[in-house]
Design a protein around this ligand. Structure first.
Ligand code: TYD
Ligand code: MG
Length: 451
């Protein structure tokens, strides 16, 4: 048994301090430090006991990871091509977004493929889960449900059943009797994750941890676990949309940035094979402030609608609001518009929205955002058969972006007649059947080509 020590831990980001602080120096949140008792047993256990030796690089043997496809393609893609045996995967998202639904469906598939799954339910009863399963039309033969929140009992049960997969729903409800702090605190959540990680690696069992993320990020959560687990997947957007987007933000066994798109239906999450269609579904074709752009999500091109609303400021300071697009980037783009083209944006409130709840963090959407703002400002329509993409530099120049051809082909596939793109990117794309490409060098050129 190690020595007990009391420390203060920020419940938002997991930073540790010896004394209580009002504001966290790391994440800047206020009032998030909570006293927790920890045991210095890790330090003790590991002191001077290592039997690892340095190995020559050339002598290290590599191997192909053992991957299993769940046959839910959108899920497999986000994982980097299937589930890696023995990995620890965190699935985060706001309450009600569909974490339990997704993993129950995954469990159903895995069971059909002959694997044995242990579903640890800390929030719902067996009956509730069974009812959800019936609604999803799942009849998994090899799925075991365990309603338990005590970490030691869970691991004991796991040794008895020896499943191939474990699903922990949710990590915030699990607590270890070894620690004094309350369930859901950073110490408890971490302890549970570390113990489960060891179990996963020793027994080659894949473990899925479900974690809640609140808007404020207040409850100790997934953020504090990101560096412990192998893979982190987050649900994006909110539950008011019909479709759900999952994205890998960390993956030790594959690329990040890939997204999976689902639609929440009466009978669970359905895969969306062609997201562009979904994102453009509800677009009003002839409305000022609406622009279609194409961004790359991992390896997939995706058409999305950018909307801007520019209205005269009524009270003092003008307001800027963005949804799905970086706020600072938007302010920068407005400044470019103001300086380079002398638009009096400072007198206007500007709202920018990416339709469909997608989060875009690619500079290739810059030009579309600016054009959407100009379109709303001038109350002029951007023709609905036009797709626009390109990065905008501080001098108002249009810079080239990666994978232009893939983007243009996606626009062509969905029947768009005109693509406005960086001039540099146009090379080789001059002659496309049914779609005209227009290369632009500056913002002025882009605006005169469009309006
Ligand atoms: P859930 O998976 O329980 O969310 P989480 O575990 O992330 O908190 O999903 C909750 C929502 O999904 C709930 O509002 C009901 C809805 N839902 C459907 O629309 N169809 C379904 O088949 C299921 C199972 C849930
Ligand atoms: Mg749930």
């Amino acid at each position: 048994m190690g020595k007990l020590r009391s420390i203060y831990i920020c419940q938002a980001c997991g930073r540790q301090e010896r004394k209580w602080k009002g504001k966290c120096p790391e994440c800047g949140e206020f009032n998030t430090f909570v006293e927790e008792i920890i045991q210095e047993r890790f330090i003790e256990k590991n002191l001077g006991k290592s039997n690892q030796h340095a190995q020559r690089f050339s002598k290290i043997e590599t191997y192909q990871e053992d991957r299993l496809q769940t046959e839910i393609e959108e899920f497999d893609r986000v994982l980097g091509g299937g589930i890696v045996k023995g990995s620890l995967i965190l699935i985060g998202g706001s309450p009600g977004i569909g974490k339990s639904t997704l993993l129950l469906q995954v469990a159903g598939k895995l069971s059909d493929l002959g694997a044995c799954i242990l579903y640890v339910a800390g929030e719902e009863s067996e009956k509730q889960i069974k009812m959800r399963g019936e609604r999803l039309k799942l009849f998994p033969e090899n799925l075991f449900l365990l309603t338990e929140t005590n970490l030691e009992s869970i691991i004991e049960e796991a040794y008895k059943i020896s499943p191939d997969y474990i699903i922990v729903d949710s990590i915030q409800t699990i607590f270890s009797a070894k620690l004094d702090s309350f369930p859901g605190s950073v110490s408890q959540v971490r302890e549970a994750a570390v113990e489960l990680m060891m179990y996963a690696k020793q027994n080659e069992v894949t473990i899925f941890l479900i974690g809640h993320v609140t808007k404020e990020g207040m409850i100790a959560g997934p953020k504090a676990l990101e560096h412990i687990v192998d893979t982190v997947i987050y649900f994006e957007g909110d539950r008011h949309h019909n479709h759900r987007i999952i994205r890998a933000v960390k993956n030790r066994f594959g690329p990040t940035g890939e997204i999976g798109v689902f639609e929440m239906t009466e009978s669970g999450l359905l895969e969306v094979k062609n997201p562009s269609e979904i994102f453009l579904q509800e677009r009003l074709s002839e409305s000022p402030g609406s622009v279609v752009t194409v961004c790359m999500e991992g390896t997939r091109p995706m058409l999305v609608e950018i909307q801007a609303l520019v209205t005269e400021t009524k009270l003092g300071m003008s307001r800027r609001m963005t949804q799905g697009f970086d706020y600072n980037r938007a302010t920068l783009l407005l400044a470019i518009l103001e300086k380079r083209l002398a638009y009096a944006i400072y007198r206007e409130d500007v709202f920018i929205n990416v339709a469909g709840g997608l989060q875009i963090d690619e500079p290739s959407a810059d030009l579309a955002v600016i054009i959407a703002v100009v379109s709303s400002f001038r109350n002029a329509i951007v023709p609905s058969d036009t797709v626009i993409f390109g990065e905008v530099g501080l001098a108002g120049e249009i810079r080239s972006v990666s994978q232009a051809e893939t983007r243009v082909r996606e626009a062509q596939k969905l029947g768009f007649k005109r693509v406005i793109l960086p001039n540099h990117n146009r090379k080789g794309l001059e002659r496309l059947i049914g779609t005209r490409t227009i290369g632009v060098r500056t913002l002025e050129e882009a605006i005169s080509a469009i309006f």
